[in-house]
Design a binder for this molecule. Structure first.
Ligand SMILES: *[C@@H]1O[C@H](CO)[C@@H](O)[C@H](O)[C@H]1NC(C)=O
Ligand SMILES: *[C@@H]1O[C@H](CO)[C@@H](O)[C@H](O)[C@H]1NC(C)=O
Ligand SMILES: *[C@@H]1O[C@H](CO)[C@@H](O)[C@H](O)[C@H]1NC(C)=O
Ligand SMILES: *[C@@H]1O[C@H](CO)[C@@H](O)[C@H](O)[C@H]1NC(C)=O
Length: 441
């Protein structure tokens, strides 16, 4: 196939996928509003430019060489492989506005990708250099205008501001001072609360520190779990949870006064039910569901939409056998309907409601999967491990959306509504068919 045909195909696919996105978005917006948003996204994508044209040839040659030595992988659901890092990618994070993906690597850079580019042939990224060190973790601030990193040698947090230039691209500026060094054991995870009120860092001993945004410690939590294996802030920004050697997942509320002054950390609730240590967990977007993956060979889905102050306990919705190992990760689609579990270099996707295994991806990376998460719309699942970042279509999510529309069609009363649904179902189905039939690149 020649290049222009390929580009035409890619554009066509992109257009089809946008149809799925339309169907997925439940809030039915005015068409004008959608168009305005599309235009904004396009402008943003144009703004996120890669290297200057002069350097491109050089870069291309290097990429070609890199590719040859890179792990080759293909899968019908693979939407893109993002390649620019020269070392293993250890962490990825989506900005809350959904526009950017940040990735960090031992090549001493953090890269910011435009999510609008995922289905295009070229994936441009902006590079932030981490001077005299490299970042092992990266997390966006809630306003998508800054990110925090964990420094590998520095053993602490460095804040970077993203400053928009006149031409729409960004420059990156590190804060004058890094946070003080407070962890002794190796770091597990960091996060910034969506409320903007605190930062969290957790290490492999039993320590979690809660910081203010300037790097003062507000509180320290001893998890009493022998060793922490994972910790994270809930997407609502209210809770911090941790898991480890002991079978219970513990959840704390980080409490602030009405004037946003830190008050206290209180034990909120536990997830009790696994029979062995828990490798990792994940929240749904509204923090009402959690998925946990354990050494006991299962994942569990929990309803955490409870009033713990009224002594309500979260309840177990489902237990499903799965392959897992030390370092396994879990991800939950924003709507809580699709569960992803990593095991070494493999990923499995499950229907969260029935527990049915929907998709399996093996040897996704040449290294163990280091991070796994759904994008903010739930259209994509993204993983990292080696130098490449893999972006997958969330096909179970697409299928569930089509089923939802079919159910709505059955209940629909008026003819106009029926016709509109029939049309949407047809479009979504053909978009899904196109995804599955597309050549893998
Ligand atoms: C990173 O990549 C190199 C090869 O590029 C590999 O030898 C190494 O084991 C990888 N993993 C880690 C955790 O550094
Ligand atoms: C477990 O915690 C201890 C300190 O409590 C630490 O020295 C050790 O490295 C941790 N083990 C692992 C596997 O992280
Ligand atoms: C996720 O939550 C945020 C804020 O809580 C909301 O704006 C967004 O629409 C949610 N996304 C999905 C896919 O539910
Ligand atoms: C899970 O299965 C149920 C029952 O078959 C179905 O209604 C639902 O759409 C499925 N969800 C996903 C995400 O596949």
């Amino acid at each position: 196939m020649d290049l222009s045909a390929l580009i035409a195909l890619t554009l066509l696919l992109g257009a089809l996928i946008i149809l799925v996105a339309f169907a997925v978005s439940k809030r039915r917006k005015e068409i004008g509003e959608e168009a305005a948003q599309e235009a904004e996204f396009a402008a943003e994508a144009n703004a996120v430019k890669g290297p200057a044209p002069k350097k491109q040839k050089q870069e291309k040659q290097r990429n070609r060489k890199d590719k040859a030595s890179q792990h080759s992988f293909s899968h019908p659901l693979l939407a893109a492989s993002l390649k620019a890092h020269g070392g293993n990618v250890t962490c990825i994070d989506f900005s809350s506005n959904g526009k950017y993906l940040a990735s960090c690597s031992d090549d001493r850079t953090v890269r910011i990708w435009s999510t609008k580019d995922f289905l295009e042939r070229e994936h441009k990224s902006l590079r932030a250099n981490v001077e005299l060190d490299h970042a092992t973790l990266v997390r966006f601030s809630p306003d998508s205008r800054a990110f925090i990193t964990w420094l590998d040698y520095g053993d602490t947090i460095r804040v970077f501001k993203m400053i928009k230039k006149d031409d729409g691209t960004f420059t990156f500026k590190a804060a004058a001072e890094d946070f003080p060094k407070k962890h002794i054991a190796p770091i597990l995870n960091i996060g910034i609360a969506e409320t903007g009120k605190f930062i969290m860092s957790a290490s492999t001993d039993t320590n979690i520190h809660i910081w203010d945004l300037r790097g003062e410690i507000l509180a320290s939590i001893n998890t009493n779990q022998m060793n922490n294996s994972y910790a994270a802030i809930s997407p609502c920004g209210r809770f911090v949870a941790s898991c480890g050697f002991t079978p219970d997942v513990k959840v704390w509320e980080i409490c602030f006064t009405k004037d946003k002054v830190f008050k206290e950390v209180v034990r909120a609730f536990d997830l009790k039910g696994h029979s062995a240590g828990v490798h990792a967990f994940a929240f749904s977007n509204d923090s009402h569901r959690m998925v946990t993956v354990s050494k006991d060979g299962t994942w569990k889905l929990w309803n955490t939409d409870v009033e713990y102050k009224k002594q309500q306990d979260p309840y177990l919705l489902r237990t499903v056998p799965c392959a897992s190992s030390e370092g396994s990760l879990a991800a939950l689609s924003p709507d809580g309907r699709v569960v992803a579990i990593s095991n070494g270099c493999n990923v499995a996707l499950y229907n969260a409601t029935t527990g049915e295994l929907e998709e399996e991806m093996t040897n996704v990376h040449s290294e163990e999967i280091a991070d796994l998460r759904f994008d903010t719309t739930g259209r994509f699942l993204v993983s990292c491990g080696d130098k490449a970042i893999r972006v997958f279509h969330n096909a179970p999510g697409y299928r569930a959306t089509i089923r939802d529309m079919q159910d709505m069609l059955k209940k629909a009363q008026n003819e106009g509504m029926k016709q509109r649904l029939q049309k949407q179902i047809k479009e979504a189905q053909s978009a899904l068919d196109a995804v599955l039939a597309a050549p893998v690149h």
